[in-house]
Design a protein around this ligand. Structure first.
Ligand SMILES: [Zn+2]
Length: 198
């Protein structure tokens, strides 16, 4: 809540800087331009930086403090052309992964979602329909996207996801992910490492 108020305050101050344009002078114009550009840049970073933690408090129980480990996730599946191949490789390497699945994809390929879960990987929630501009959805729509995906995944795997990743969660970022409810170390599988993909 505090963070949201901070963002709203920044938004208001950024737009208030336009008041400096009146009465118009070159100096006031330059000052307003710098303030407006700076405020806008900060807001964009808050909203879209791939490592942002501005609006969501991360939680993690990944045991990486005692020894180095790598956490890989595979997002946007399951898909018949990619997921089985990934699962085969993981099985060959005896590695566990986190699959952030899209609810709609799980509806199309429930057998693949079942296989992901049955082979000891974590199944995470990656929304129901993978909507763009996730940050700007209404609270009601956000709730629907998450809860509907929860239900679909549970229907296919009998497991309710405990982890959530929004769209655009790509790029280099830590293994920390916002969680749905409490987290459990065992949810990351027994190998102590998880895998990450696109
Ligand atoms: Zn995605």
């Amino acid at each position: 809540m505090t963070r949201a108020l901070g963002f709203i305050l920044l938004f208001a101050l950024t737009n208030a800087s336009l008041l400096l344009l009146f009465p118009f002078t070159a100096y006031r114009f330059l000052t307003a331009a710098v303030l407006y550009a700076g405020g806008t840049f900060l807001m964009l970073v808050m909203l879209f930086h791939p490592r942002d933690r501005w609006f969501l408090d991360p939680q993690t129980d990944v045991p990486c403090r005692d020894h180095p480990c790598v956490a890989l996730t595979f997002d946007d599946g399951p898909t018949p052309d990619v997921t089985p191949r990934v699962l085969d490789i993981l099985r060959e390497k005896n590695a566990r992964a986190t699959f952030f699945v899209v609810g709609r994809q799980v509806e199309r390929h429930p057998d693949l979602a079942r296989r992901v879960s049955a082979e000891g990987h974590v199944v995470g929630n990656h929304t129901y329909s993978h909507p763009p501009l996730f940050c700007f959805l209404s609270p009601r729509r956000l709730h629907e996207e998450i809860e509907r995906a929860q239900d679909v995944v549970f229907g296919a795997t009998s497991v309710r996801p405990r982890h959530f990743a929004r769209r655009w969660a790509s790029g280099t970022r830590s293994s920390r992910r916002p969680s749905i409810g409490s987290t459990s170390r065992s949810s990351y599988g027994g190998s102590g490492r998880t895998t990450r993909g696109p």
